[in-house]
Design a protein around this ligand. Structure first.
Ligand code: NAD
Ligand code: UDP
Ligand code: UDP
Length: 439
């Protein structure tokens, strides 16, 4: 090592220079780099290097603004999409993705993503997909309706963090994307403490938008079909402004989400935060709270426990039921795509509650009885998404029909209600949902 250094020193300091007091001529200084390049065929090597690099980068199309390709999502580490997250209003925290061209075959660098409400039903499935894709995920949840069990299978994974935090309080993090799901979704849960629900929707969303603005992260709001209220337009398009009671028992949720949408658009227009808005229609699947009072979870749990299925009102009101893997797919496409939204994400298949009860009977117990109960206040009469916008701009549509998705949920509920582990554990949900999406 030492001798090598000594030798190079001699080479760079010619003997003539060491003792010569003569000033160096300017032409000599100018031509020195050229002569260096021409010596020992260095120029040839430099030119060949430049040629190879140009060929490599020009031959490969840019992926930075390409729409999200689901076929690349199924593998865990071959996904080469790099979203360009702009750094609007950044205060200098190092969360920029350059959006430059990424050579094919090079592994995409994982993003740092916050999922608020990530210990809940939808959030936990989303977390599974993000982790499988190679991202680092921080779940922020106050466990009001979420459960550690939903994300426990990621404990010990260095790409996973769980923070017990209420989004109503400010939060400082450095991230690239924020999926903002934190909010109870079942009417029973959100009516339990309506003031808390509206604070979560308004103050919680404000805080997460403030966070997005500070670090230049892209922000996705999970809004709801409830923004259409008891709709006078059927099916509902995103352009419909809705028919919402502002002072009813559901208003804490409906108006809360409408305000959350307003805030999201105001941060987009005013602070140039990159935002996305999803309007989610009724979603079901494994990991739903068993006793959350929603109709699918109620009917499935009741049929399994040999209790009568409780149909509210005359049972002729309609809903459209989407399997959770379809929703997660839609949310990820929306986040990675170029369109702000809002986008309806739901399954256009429309069922009356009596028809749903029949499907549950067929799936679990043909002898299950039906019991009529009085309906709740302000219950929307019908609900069905028009998903043409999502089809056209996100290339998304649901794949799992109710008759295909329901048995997957029943399997999970059976295990959780009866502790029957013969059919596999709840953590197989990801595998199940992923495969069912493509089926
Ligand atoms: P969920 O109740 O299972 O999950 C919500 C999660 O948010 C839970 O883990 C809960 O503990 C957490 N949370 C609630 N308040 C919080 C707070 N203040 N701070 C931190 N965490 C908080 O509900 P879900 O079905 O998974 O719904 C997720 C999101 O999707 C919600 O925003 C909901 O409004 C929206 N959405 C869901 C449906 C659906 O049918 N599942 C339909 C429309 C919209
Ligand atoms: N906020 C946060 N985390 C951040 C940045 C902001 O929780 O990293 C909160 C902040 O406490 C404020 C809200 O987000 O209540 C809105 O922030 P913004 O900077 O937009 O508004 P301001 O603080 O000027 O009212
Ligand atoms: N519902 C029902 N039986 C139940 C629970 C709900 O018939 O045990 C009805 C409810 O009246 C509503 C529909 O099912 O018309 C969907 O209710 P859910 O609470 O699941 O969702 P949301 O009202 O938010 O769409």
């Amino acid at each position: 090592m030492g001798s090598e250094l000594t030798y190079r020193g001699h080479e760079s300091q010619p003997v003539t220079d060491s003792y010569s007091p003569k000033p160096i001529k300017p032409w000599f200084l100018v031509t020195r780099p050229i002569r260096y390049l021409l010596r020992e065929q260095r120029l040839v090597f430099v030119l060949v290097g430049i040629a190879i690099a140009s060929l490599f980068f020009t031959a490969i199309p840019s992926s930075s603004h390409a729409p999200y390709d689901p076929s690349q999502m199924s593998g865990t580490d071959t996904f080469s999409y790099v979203p360009a997250v702009s750094h609007v209003g950044s205060s200098g925290f190092g969360s920029v993705r350059s959006g430059g061209k990424v050579p094919l075959g090079l592994k995409r660098k994982g993003l740092r993503i916050v999922v608020t409400g990530g210990a809940g039903f939808v959030g936990s499935h989303l977390v599974d997909r993000l982790i499988a894709r190679g991202d680092s995920v921080i779940v922020v949840d106050n466990f009001f309706t979420g459960r550690k069990e939903n994300v426990m299978h990621h404990f010990g994974n260095p790409n996973f963090e769980l923070i017990r935090h209420d989004v109503v309080e400010p939060l400082l993090l450095e991230v690239d994307q924020i999926y903002h799901l934190a909010c109870p979704a079942s009417p029973v849960h959100y009516k339990f403490n309506p003031v808390k629900t509206i604070k979560t929707n308004v103050v919680g969303t404000l805080n997460m938008l403030g966070l997005a603005k500070r670090v230049g992260a892209r922000f996705l709001l999970t809004s709801t079909s409830e923004v259409y209220g008891d709709p006078l337009q059927h099916p509902q398009k995103e352009t419909y402004w809705g028919n919402v009671n502002p002072i009813g028992v559901r208003s804490c949720y409906d108006e809360g989400k409408r305000t959350a949408e307003t805030l999201t658009m105001d941060y987009h227009r005013g602070a140039e935060v990159e935002v996305r808005i999803a309007r989610i229609f009724n979603t079901y699947g494994p990991r739903m709270c068993i006793d959350d009072g929603r109709v699918v979870s109620n009917f499935v749990a009741q049929a399994l426990r040999k209790e009568p299925l409780t149909v509210y009102g005359d049972g002729k009101q309609t809903r459209s039921f989407q399997y959770v893997s379809d929703l997660v797919e839609g949310l990820m496409r929306l986040m990675e795509g170029e369109h702000v939204g809002p986008f309806n994400l739901g399954n256009p298949g429309e069922f009356t509650m009596l028809e749903l009860a029949e499907v549950v009977q067929e799936t679990i117990d043909p002898n299950a009885k039906i019991e009529f109960k009085s309906n709740t206040e302000d219950d929307p009469h019908k609900r069905k998404p028009d998903i043409s916008k999502a089809k056209e701009l996100l290339g998304w549509e649901p794949k799992v029909s109710l008759r295909k998705g329901l048995p997957l949920m029943v399997k999970d509920f059976r295990q959780r209600i009866f502790g029957d582990h013969k059919e596999g554990s709840a953590s197989t949900t990801t595998t199940t949902t992923t495969s069912s999406t493509s089926s």
